[in-house]
Design a protein around this ligand. Structure first.
Ligand code: GCU
Length: 681
């Protein structure tokens, strides 16, 4: 059965006979040059792809002797290429880009896939296969492609006991107890999938870190994984527990300004590099949700980050220091805390430090306005942190394509340097001339057969990688290629799946948190609805903190008459959002507390409009079900049935969400459910 294990690298035979014949003419002989592990990986991938897609084992030759030759290798290892005058193209594509071009060699039609590095060649091979997978022509090619960001990294929140924080697709892929001796072939498939979308780094461990990962017994295991990932251009990173010098080092303090502590980290880094010479560096969650950090010693985030940065700098390592900080003891709007703590540190970090910022100021909600830190730290490279695991969007049970969420943030204009200073330009480094640029995706991967639990979760992994490579791609074009590679090239089925995918995130917003509401999920697990008071210990962990519903109205007032969080944005953004006429309604209750009778653009009252969104969300899920049902027979049965059942759970739970929220808020609005809607129960 098609169980989804092959992800978007299925390489099933091209169905259209005419197309198949044309492809075969374009690949009659292969000249592969170079013999590094990366080139071997590229070669293996190419042959696996061609034997599946074209049912072909092309002959390998040393010279071009017939039409349809395919030349693959770096410019340095492929002498014929030096005759083709590719210098200016190769300069443009940098160290990871590639170049695919139709050329004439010895009067024969040939295609070259080349790059400055072996990794570039590997990326080029994946791209070439994708052309076939997505039914594109192989004639007259002239493709120059290179990543816009330097660091494209998955963050696994995987614990050493193989449980996964906020993981909904089984246990961790890393079989710590069998490593380093048993190397599951799945590790290679994981690396292939990542390389196919250009992901070039992986943080193996949870941000809520365990210091033991830095001990020799575990470093041996990390080394084994790094060895598998290396040929695929993927570096390994680890999370560090800030108190490690005390916990595993026997020191009395972890104060970052203490010379002994600094020395301990230097030695520890040196030790790590003896195992993994190309170790990427550290990801750190400090002074956040109970994790230890420099503030325990009266120091600031820069002191902590710089100490670690100094320890890895000489080996080319980096530190990704997270800005996800908030504290219920700070008597201020949680949404303001990261900005307040980090902007004073702008420019105080070492060159090899990223500050890693979640897309929004609260926490991976179905919809959040962009984080005000983007654009506000011109001298410190900011790294985007997106979450692929759907912690607040129905886990691996609900279908929610996240690329539209990612794009909404990336395309937002910060106005940090006047109009056009989008979040994408902040993080790709072009706005403030950052020396490095990056995007992190909190992985949704586990050891389920299909990797992500929900078959459509794969699209979130895929689209994250594509956007980290090029934030300018559209959610729709990414969806299209993913569907073609993962499900079908049949245009009718493709369009139906695309319709489902493209509307899915908005459906979730509608039945969970419409109009800028947030964090209405049940306490701690974050799955089903819980708009009521559920945690008496901490205000900021209870939904009422976020929606502030009362008899006067609903919403969090973050304007100048409220928490003033809006003043953290640049003036044009602040002005737009502060003004009820110009604040987009999708963000309305994020920034404003409004009476239930407030008139919306629809002419309806806020109450009616809110209820309308909850009902619409359910309707949208029902439409997704109908569209999915229409696909019976045009996709494989296994995945058809699996998605069908998941959608029926989603429908049931969307109703539960709608009814819980509408009935809960009705206690305050004391207004009726508008006529024509089924009765919530
Ligand atoms: C969320 C999530 C935690 C996680 C945290 C983080 O709050 O619920 O499980 O540890 O984010 O990003 O650090």
């Amino acid at each position: 059965a098609e169980d989804g294990y092959r992800l978007w690298l299925r390489y099933d035979k091209v169905e259209n006979a005419q197309q198949l014949a044309a492809y075969k003419q374009s690949v009659t002989q292969v000249l592969f040059s170079g013999n590094s592990p990366t080139i071997s990986a590229a070669r293996k991938e190419l042959f696996q792809g061609l034997s599946g897609l074209l049912q072909l084992q092309p002959t390998e030759t040393k010279t071009v002797s017939q039409n349809g030759a395919l030349l693959i290798g770096t410019i340095a290892t492929t002498p014929i290429l030096s005759e083709l005058n590719l210098k200016s193209s190769l300069e443009k594509i940098g160290t990871e880009g590639f170049f695919i071009k139709s050329v004439k060699i010895n009067q024969k039609n040939a295609t070259i896939i080349t790059a400055n590095t072996d990794t570039g060649v590997l990326y080029g091979v994946f791209h070439f296969l994708k052309l076939i997978q997505t039914g594109q022509s192989l004639s007259n090619l002239s493709i120059e492609n290179s990543p816009k960001l330097t660091h494209r990294i998955l963050n696994h929140w995987d614990n050493l006991d193989r449980t996964v924080e906020r993981g909904y697709a089984g246990f961790s892929l890393w079989e710590w107890h069998k490593l380093p001796d048993y190397l599951d072939p799945r590790y290679t498939d994981y690396a292939r999938a990542n390389a196919s979308v250009g992901i070039n780094g992986t943080v193996l461990t949870n941000v809520n870190a365990n210091a033991l990962i830095l001990t020799p017994a575990f470093l041996e295991k990390v080394k084994a994984l790094a060895g598998i990932f290396r040929p695929y251009g993927i570096k390994v990173y680890l999370t560090t527990r800030f108190s490690a010098p005390v916990e595993i080092g026997g020191l009395k303090t972890a104060d970052p300004l203490d010379a002994e502590v600094q020395m301990w980290w230097k030695k520890k880094a040196e030790e790590i590099y003896t195992y993994i010479p190309d170790f990427g560096g550290f990801l750190v969650k400090a002074n956040s949700e109970g994790q230890p950090g420099p503030q325990n010693y009266g120091r600031n985030h820069a002191d902590g980050a710089n100490m670690l940065a100094d320890a890895v700098a000489s080996k080319g390592g980096i530190v990704m220091w997270r800005a996800f900080v908030y504290d219920d003891k700070v008597p201020d709007d949680r949404a303001k805390q990261a900005y307040n703590e980090f902007t004073p540190l702008n420019g105080k970090f070492r060159k090899n430090v990223f500050v890693q910022v979640k897309n929004g100021a609260i926490d991976f909600q179905p919809r959040e306005p962009f984080h005000p830190l983007f654009g506000a730290m011109p001298q410190t490279p900011l790294m985007m942190e997106f979450q692929l695991t759907q912690e607040y969007l129905g886990f691996a049970t609900h279908l929610a394509y996240l690329a539209p969420l990612f794009k909404e943030c990336l395309d937002s204009d910060t106005y940090a340097k006047g109009k056009g200073a989008t979040v994408a330009k902040v993080i790709d480094g072009s706005l403030h001339k950052y020396s490095m640029s990056g995007m992190a995706g909190v992985a949704n991967i586990g050891n389920d057969r299909n990797w992500t639990g929900h078959p459509f979760g794969q699209a979130n992994w895929y689209s994250y990688g594509r956007l980290a490579w090029n934030p300018a791609l559209s959610a729709e074009e990414i969806a299209e290629e993913w569907i073609q590679m993962t499900f079908t090239n049949d245009s009718k089925a493709l369009n139906s799946i695309k319709e489902i995918i493209m509307g899915s995130r908005e459906a979730v917003v509608n039945y969970m948190t419409p109009l800028g509401l947030a964090h209405l999920m049940g306490y701690s697990h974050h799955y089903g609805p819980g708009p009521w008071v559920s945690n008496k210990k901490r205000d900021d962990w209870t939904a009422t903190y976020y929606h502030k519903a009362d008899s006067a109205g609903i919403g969090f007032n973050r304007t100048s008459t409220g928490s003033k969080a809006l003043s953290q944005y640049f003036p044009p953004v602040k002005a737009q959002l502060e003004n009820l006429q110009t604040c987009p309604e999708k963000y309305l209750l994020w920034f404003h507390h409004l009476p239930w009778t407030h008139r919306m653009k629809s002419e309806k009252t806020l109450w009616e409009d809110l209820v309308g969104h909850y009902y619409l969300g359910v309707e949208q899920v029902r439409n997704m079900q109908k569209t999915w049902d229409s696909l019976k027979g045009s996709i494989d049965e296994y995945r058809f049935a699996q998605v069908k059942s998941l959608l029926s759970i989603q429908e049931k739970e969307a109703v539960l969400w709608r009814n819980s929220c509408v009935l809960y808020f009705q206690q305050f609005s004391k207004m009726p459910i508008p006529a024509g809607y089924e009765k919530p129960a």
